[in-house]
Design a protein around this ligand. Structure first.
Ligand code: SF4
Ligand code: SF4
Ligand SMILES: [Zn+2]
Length: 158
């Protein structure tokens, strides 16, 4: 399935484990996530935040609904940005959320196309170019240690 990578809040759906499993039609991975998280395979069907097929987690995301309601492509266009919802999201415990302000700033400064290009490189193994997700620790193809969202969050907090 084709997955759209940009989202309203600045996350990259292309580095989301659920997005990647859907993109690669990896039914086993989706089944594993469903078991781990106590949900169904159907609830984990997703082709990206800005599409009509979104996972149970993201379908009712308040930022997604709010940005769609206000006709914004990105929260950074909003007069209320950064509102409490996106600030709380950015500051919560999930390491992959910490990058959203930076991502939105880059999209605003350099445009979406450039951001997508840079993201493709950022989320591919520097040795063999295999893509990886927010929480991958080593490359599934060559075994190289990866710089993931947990490492990135530590650097963002410096
Ligand atoms: S589950 Fe959410 S973050 Fe992951 S690809 Fe779908 S919309 Fe994007
Ligand atoms: S109010 Fe907040 S969540 Fe809604 S579009 Fe504006 S910045 Fe995004
Ligand atoms: Zn590799």
């Amino acid at each position: 399935m084709k997955v759209r990578y940009d989202s309203y809040c600045g996350l990259n759906c292309g580095a989301c484990p659920v997005g990647r499993a859907n993109e690669m039609n990896d039914t086993e991975a989706i089944k594993k996530f469903a078991e781990e998280w106590g949900t169904t395979v159907e609830a984990l069907r997703c082709t990206g935040c800005k599409t009509e097929i979104t996972s149970g987690y993201c379908t009712n995301c308040e930022m997604r609904l709010s940005a769609r309601d206000k006709n914004h492509e990105f929260c950074v266009e909003c007069s209320e940005y950064p509102c409490k919802d996106i600030t709380d999201f950015r500051n919560d415990k999930a390491p992959h959320h910490s990058i959203v302000f930076t991502n939105l700033q880059k999209i605003e400064e350099n445009g979406l196309e450039e951001w997508l290009k840079v993201q493709k490189i950022r989320w591919s193994c520097s040795s063999c170019s295999t893509s990886f997700d927010w929480y991958s620790e080593t490359c599934e193809k060559c075994g190289k240690k990866l710089y993931n969202a947990v490492d990135e969050e530590k650097d963002l907090l410096i």
